[in-house]
Design a protein around this ligand. Sequence first.
Ligand code: SAM
Length: 275
Amino acid sequence: MTSVKENVARSAELTDSESARLDVEVLLGHVLGRERTWLYTWPEYELTAAEQGEFEALLARRKRGEPVAHLTGEREFWSLTLKVDPSTLIPRPDTELLVETALRLCPQSTLHALDLGTGTGAIALALASEKPGWQIVAAEKSEAALVLAEDNRERLGFTNVKVVKSDWFAQLPLQHFSLIVSNPPYIDAADPHLSQGDVRFEPSTALVAERQGLADIEHIAAQAGDFLGEDGWLLVEHGWQQAQAVREIFTAAGYRDVESRKDFSGWERITQGRK
Ligand SMILES: C[S@@+](CC[C@H](N)C(=O)[O-])C[C@H]1O[C@@H](n2cnc3c(N)ncnc32)[C@H](O)[C@@H]1O
């Protein structure tokens, strides 16, 4: 029999993870159906054989590099617990900057918004949780991700979000939104980070774009004008080295008040423009 404390110490085995202790605590909490704080309250608790077996299997998969979120099947975003799977991106804390900025730019209590490439539904559902009076369309191309987004929407009970299948704007009926947000694929196919960490287990359809990662942003900026009402905002997330290129794309496409915003580390990670 092995105690919680002894199992937590096995974080030393996760030599490739930068968050080894946290990873092990999350996995143990998942197996035991407990919050992480419980592990500190009951360090002497001895796992049953079944619990230990489940933990060993998850630890082995984590050693092979699988993201913790894929092992537990969920991830917190904007204080919502979202189901995740390998069909799309695991929501990142970085994307909360996009949600915060959208809420700051659009204080209205009623509004039509569009989230392009919704994945798990993270951005659309976070906005819906703050703005029950908004009507939000969450569009996605991947069938599997659509099922996931709809599952998250239904489980969290947001009736003001509509999940729809669309290749960017192509299948959307022409309509005007006051806000269009997107965290599109923006990584260059040759970026060495694609062979490191969690992204190895995420689909390239959620990560990679042509033309140094800018092709999808160019496409969205070119088309969004037709779907934005007067003074409507377009807001996209991008890589930390892409801000200037994205501002140029937005300006060339005719947007005004084009600005990029920095994350907590000082990197310009989102760009906004107004029709
Ligand atoms: C970087 S992920 C973002 C997921 C989610 N919005 C988030 O922030 O966690 C990009 C998403 O765009 C979707 N996507 C890629 N190409 C698309 C297209 N042509 N039309 C619609 N969605 C697309 C991918 O399937 C993926 O779910």
